[in-house]
Every structure is written in C-alpha cells, then in structure tokens.
Design a protein around this ligand. Structure first.
Ligand code: GDP
Ligand code: IMO
Ligand code: MG
Length: 429
C-alpha cells in the first residue's frame, strides 16, 4: 500500500500533524492538497514543539521531500516565515526539500481584510473564521480572478490582477463593510519581493509527483481541517472554504484516484470544535472543562479555546463513508484517563425520531439530541503504553466500541503528543 492519505474525521485538530510526522518515516514525499494557514499542525519531537501552518508536517525528516499542491491557498509571508523559523531551529529548507505548486492560489492582503471585515459585520452571527483570508481567496479562485503562485514571477500580470481586483475589493471594503481601502503599490512591491524569494520553490507539483510515482516512491498526502468542515459535506455554512475529504488529494495535488491506496481517518478520542456551528455532543460542564484542560485544547492557529464534548460516532461514521476510510488513528486517548464513565454518541434523536446520519438542515441539526452508549473509564496513566495489551481493559473496550460502531479497524492509537507516544497496531502502508 504505497500511497496513504491522512484526513481529519471531525472538525479539525484531531492530531493529523503528529500522525503525518510519524508516517513520514515510511514515505518519500509528503504533500498537502487543500486549505491554507487556517491549519495548525503540531508535532512534538524529542520534547521540542513545532507548529506548521503551510509546510507539510514531514519537513523535519531531512531526507524527505515536501510539496504544497495546487489545491492550497498560500500566504507567502507565512510560508517564508515558516522557512525562516525552521532554519533557526537548524532545519534547512531549500528547493530540494520543498516545492510550491505554480497553480496554488495566493492569499493577498485584501483577502485578509475582507475576511476580518465580513466577520466583524456579521456580529453575533459570525462564523468564527481564522481571519486568515482563506474564504475570500478561494472565492477569487472560483471567480477566476485569483492570483496564482506563478503570477508572483510575472510582474505585469500581477500588477494587472492586483489593480483590477482592488477596484472591486476597495469598493466593498469602503462602501459596504466600513473598512479601510488598500493601495496597490505597497502590495505589489511586497509580493514581487516575496515572489523573488519563492521563485526557486515554484514548480509543477503534478509533474514532480508523476515522476516520483514512476520511480516507485511512496507518497503521503496530508489533509488539513476535518471532514465536517468540508464546504460540501460539513456543517454548512459553519465550514471552511475547501474540501478536506480524501478525494481532494487527487484534484489538489494533480494525481489520479488510482494512485491512492489507503485512507487513514484521524479521530480524536473525544470531539472538539473551534469557531461557531452545531455540536451535538458539546459539554458545557465540568467534564467539558476537564477534557479541555487535560487535552490543552487551545487552537494552534488562533489560540482560541476549543469547545469540547463526547466522541460523536455519527460524525466519524459519516466520515468513514465520505472518505472511504481504510483505518482509523485514535489520538489523545490519554486525555480521557480519570473519567469514571465515558459516553460515545451512536445516533441522534430529532423530536423522538432516530437518525443515524448528520442532517443537512440546520433546523434539524439544532433539534438533534445525542443517543449515548456508556462505557466504563480507566484510572491508570496510559501514556507509557506501546502495545495494545498494555492498555487497561476499559481503554481496549473503548477502542473496540469505536471499531464496532464505525465498521473501520483501528491501525494507530496515540497516547501522548510525542512521536514515540504511540501504539502501532499495523502500519497503514
Ligand atoms: P491537527 O491540526 O489535526 O494537526 O491537530 P493540532 O496540532 O491542531 O492539535 C492536536 C494537539 O494535540 C497538538 O497540540 C498535539 O501535540 C496534541 N496531541 C496529538 N496527539 C496527542 C495525544 O495522543 N495525546 C495528547 N495528550 N496530545 C496529543
Ligand atoms: P487544522 O488543519 C480547526 C475552522 C475555523 C472556523 C471555520 C472557517 O489545524 O485541523 P476559515 O478560516 O477556514 O474560513 O474558518 O473553520 N477551521 C479549523 N478548525 N482546525 C483547523 O485546521 C481549521 N481550519 C479552519 O475555526 O470555524
Ligand atoms: Mg490544528
């Protein structure tokens, strides 16, 4: 099974970064295929923490190549900062180690300004976006007025696009959103300078992947966000503006579906969500606080407190279908240690009617009450476990319940943030 896709099965922050870092050891290349610097992927290696927003989580392995696919929206300032901070940490990232697709779309200052001004204008009804300009950048891509990485190397094209876009964006900012307009010259100077620095990294990622596939190299595809933040399949409109589902690995990297061999769904042992939107199993009580504190559930991108709740297996089962999951990686199982009883949500009830899938209607979603199955908790610290039989029986039963209810086998169990704090049942590839 050479090529593996890693996707989030919930609302993001499931621990994708940790699992990608782990699986990189058995891959030659790591590719991101959607999203942007709304993502925050945390890895802890030898006690040192790294957070990546754009660069794939495989970058700490000096002999692996990382690629940023055409499906991403890239803030060049953030990308250059990440390259710099890696250099400071002793990890050199040159074009031999990192490629940026010439077709990836570029986040411009007017995208960030629009994102923030729209959220502010919505007041209480805001979505709780990360404010990084992700939605407005994808809008421009679909409207066919976006700036692509390749445009940063062609000054006339960049100037034409920026000037023409600003006419419309400034009208919106000033007249509709009560925000400051932007001037083209400083944007152009800054983006052309950044374009010069990034030029050596800009390539045709699809062609590079095709060559690697021909040579029999193993490719790992790193998803960002989570299935229920998907623009099509998520809790719309409380979603992001891309498709985090596994199928996007093809369109967002430029390969065919026959090149994907195994899809791993990352499942946090409970549920979290940052930003607004439906959350049936949310706990606004002491148990929620316990999980939030033990799990250190603060956003890696915005520092916001993550909302916490019981594991919602309706959500995970939907993800099994939407992604074609072959196996699950359960993360943060250690966080549940110390709870007397654990609950997993196995269905919803809407005005007395049982449903097994998450409804699309927001009205029906708001009326959903969780149907729980209760399982006994465990008291002993499990972070030292490296084999399934070193886990307490109750923890093993919890894992078995997840497998039984979702119908997907578990391949990995994570019991701590460190690379080694992991139980590998079988390698997905
Ligand atoms: P991602 O966006 O899916 O990569 O996840 P984040 O990095 O945003 O959030 C996951 C957080 O949980 C990070 O701080 C990780 O270091 C941490 N983490 C990952 N796996 C485990 C685990 O098994 N146990 C604990 N306690 N922390 C974990
Ligand atoms: P990773 O890859 C958790 C959420 C935001 C907001 C919604 C829309 O770290 O799992 P956007 O800025 O994308 O327009 O915001 O999506 N969101 C995430 N939540 N993890 C993420 O990424 C997220 N990326 C976006 O909080 O609710
Ligand atoms: Mg995250």
């Amino acid at each position: 099974m050479p090529n593996t896709v890693v996707v989030g099965t919930q609302w993001g922050d499931e621990g994708k970064g940790k699992v990608v870092d782990l699986l990189t050891a058995r891959s030659d290349m790591v590719v991101r295929f959607q999203g942007g610097n709304n993502a925050g992927h945390t890895l802890v290696v030898d006690g040192k923490q790294f957070i990546f927003h754009i660069i794939p989580s495989g970058i700490l392995y000096q002999d692996k190549k990382c690629l940023i696919g055409n499906g991403l929206v890239v803030d060049p300032e953030v990308l250059l900062e990440e390259i710099q901070s890696l250099k400071k940490a002793g990890v050199t990232v040159g074009p031999n180690r990192l490629s940026l697709s010439e077709k990836a779309h570029i986040i411009m200052p007017y995208h960030r300004a629009l994102d923030l001004a729209r959220e502010a204008a919505k007041g209480k009804a805001k979505l709780g976006t990360t404010g990084r300009g992700i939605g407005p950048c994808y809008e421009d891509k679909v409207s066919r007025v976006g700036v692509r990485a390749v445009d940063l190397t062609e000054p006339e094209i960049l100037e034409e696009k920026v000037r023409s876009n600003l006419r419309e964006k400034n009208f919106l900012l000033e007249k509709f959103l009560d925000a400051e307009p932007l001037k083209p010259k400083p944007i152009l100077d800054n983006y052309l300078a950044m374009g010069e620095q990034l030029a050596p990294f800009i390539t045709d990622v699809s062609v590079e992947l095709a060559q690697a596939l021909k040579e029999g190299k193993r490719i790992l595809f790193e998803g960002a966000q989570g299935t229920h933040l998907d623009i099509d399949h998520g809790t719309y409109p409380f979603v992001t503006s891309s498709n985090p589902v596994a199928g996007t690995a093809c369109s967002g990297a430029g390969i065919g579906p026959n090149q994907l061999h195994h899809v791993v769904g990352i499942v946090k042992a409970y549920t979290t969500r940052v930003g607004a939107g439906p959350f049936v199993t949310e706990l606004e009580d002491e148990t929620g606080d316990y999980i939030q504190e033990r799990g250190k559930e603060f956003g890696a991108t915005t520092g916001r407190r993550r909302r916490c709740g019981w594991l919602d297996l309706v959500v995970v089962s939907d993800s099994a279908r939407l992604n074609g999951l072959d196996s699950l990686a359960i993360t943060k199982l250690d966080v549940l240690t110390g709870l007397e009883t654990l609950k997993v949500c196995v269905g919803y009830e809407i005005n007395g009617e049982r449903v097994d899938q998450r409804p699309a209607s927001l009205t029906r979603m708001a009326a959903c009450a969780p149907v729980y199955e209760e399982l006994p908790g465990w008291k002993d610290d499990i972070s030292g476990a490296r084999k399934v039989d070193q886990l307490p029986g109750e923890a093993r039963s919890y894992i078995r319940a997840i497998e039984d209810i979702t119908g997907v086998p578990v391949s990995i169990i994570s019991v701590g943030p460190g690379r080694d704090e992991t139980i590998i049942i079988r390698y997905p590839s």
